[in-house]
Design a protein around this ligand. Structure first.
Ligand code: HEM
Length: 414
């Protein structure tokens, strides 16, 4: 079976088999596929039913419930919902991600990037900085503001919020005992921040606004709103912080690419205030660096599990029987020598000129990461302040439990 990576060799990867709620899935056969066709067949929804040979009426290969909904009674979110429910969530939440909304969100986001740069100037003189924390604090502050109406104030206080430490400091336990089981702590945060946002009746260009302006009969309960806000918080914080930390290490370990990116950023603008959501689109090499980093250090490195429905399915031309759990593991497919030349090397050039990626430019995550990275590179020369292979030391429990990344920052003299 050429397109199959493995059914059992997960232990060779830096990914805990618990990442698939391994205990819960224990009874299932798990197939990890490795080609683009399998990706379409397993996750595609527009024509998946037909293409994957599903029985008539079955529109897509369903999500594995035990993985997506860790306890009974948990309300659906955009991540957990199936076909029709999922489409409803997309319709409701979509307006918050339009180009127009993002433009309106720019000042909210820029405020935190300004503060990050200010803090880095302040603290860089004291010695090497832990970029894992700085990136975490920035992306959590941004998403706190966009999804809950107020930030976690990490950059302001220069410390992690206890809620973040509780959730992400114990990823392994969350996976074993249920995502968002730290409900009490979350509720305390949501009660305070989200409630204030809802009750203020202020019009504000954030990701919650489209949910609040719905007509009375469509209004959501506080619990539903908190569910949607927390989904955004989980989806949009750790992922971007992880990519930024990864790209920083990969660049500083690959001086030729770092120099090329520095030259691009520092020649594209006359002054720092020219770096904004629109102008970063001109940074083609930066986009290639981020894409190459997403390849080598994908924030969601596992394969998101789907269970073959009654009647079986055809994945990448191979028949797979009912009940089998299938997925495409990012980590594995991104490093297979059958998919890539020199798969373990950081070569951003492989993504330059690829038009498939140019259309993604406007996505919130890309814009946020590009402005943060561009402003850091504009302001500082960076140098690793630690030895060894940082990336190889990380372990994965659905998301990465990232270790500190120590970097010396020297302000650029102009
Ligand atoms: C580098 C950054 C990011 C990566 C790698 C990433 C990755 C992913 C992945 C793999 C999924 C699919 C989850 C599943 O189906 O089980 C997903 C879904 C989602 N992400 Fe992201 N994400 C990133 C940034 C963001 C940001 C900044 C936001 C904004 C708040 C966001 C919001 C969402 C939402 C709303 C979904 C559900 C989409 C749907 O099912 O239609 N993500 N993301």
């Amino acid at each position: 079976m050429g397109s199959l990576v493995s059914t059992s060799r997960f232990s060779e990867w830096p990914i805990s088999s618990l990442s698939w709620g391994g205990l819960l899935l224990g009874a299932s056969v798990v197939l990890a596929f490795a080609d683009a066709q399998a990706w379409q067949d397993i996750y595609g929804h527009k024509v998946a039913g037909k293409r994957a040979g599903l029985v008539p009426g079955v529109k897509e290969i369903p999500k594995v419930r035990e993985f997506y909904k860790s306890y009974k009674g948990q309300p659906d979110t955009i991540i957990t919902a199936e076909h029709d429910g999922h489409a409803r969530f997309r319709k409701i939440m979509g307006p918050g991600f339009s180009d127009k909304s993002m433009k309106a969100q720019e000042p909210l986001i820029t405020k935190y990037i300004d503060l990050l740069i200010q803090r880095l100037h302040q603290y860089s003189a004291q010695g090497p900085q832990n970029m894992t924390n700085w990136y975490n604090w920035t992306t959590f502050d941004v998403i706190g503001d966009l999804a809950f109406g107020d930030s976690f104030k990490c950059l302001e206080k220069v410390e992690s919020h206890p809620f973040i430490t509780a959730i992400f400091g114990s990823l392994r336990h969350i996976l074993m005992f249920g995502f968002l089981r730290k409900g009490l702590m979350f509720r305390a945060f949501a009660q305070k921040t989200l409630k204030k946002r809802i009750e203020s009746y202020e019009t504000r260009p954030d990701l919650i606004e489209p949910l609040l302006v719905r007509k009375d009969e469509d209004k959501y309960s506080f619990g539903q709103l908190a569910g949607m806000a927390s989904t955004l918080l989980f989806a949009g914080s750790e992922t971007t912080a992880s990519t930024l930390t990864g790209v920083t290490w990969l660049l500083l370990s690959n001086p030729a690419a770092y120099e090329k990116l520095k030259a691009e950023v520092r020649s594209a603008f006359q002054s720092e205030d020219e770096i904004d959501f629109t102008s970063v689109n001109s940074l083609g090499y930066m986009l290639a660096c981020l894409n190459e980093s997403l390849r080598l250090f994908p924030p969601v490195a596992i394969g998101l599990p789907r269970r073959i429905p009654a009647g079986g399915a055809t994945i990448a031309g191979q028949y797979v029987p009912e009940g089998t759990v299938v997925g495409v593991y990012q980590w594995a497919i991104n490093r297979l020598s059958s998919n890539w030349n020199a798969p373990d090397e950081f070569i951003p050039e492989r993504f330059t000129g690829d038009e498939r990626f140019q259309t993604d430019n406007q996505a919130l995550a890309y814009v946020e990461m590009r402005v943060i990275l561009a402003r850091i590179i504009w302001n500082f020369d960076m140098e690793l302040a630690e030895e060894g292979d940082w990336l190889a030391k990380q372990d994965n429990h659905l998301l990465w439990r990232r270790r500190p990344l120590s970097v010396r920052l020297t302000p650029v003299q102009r």
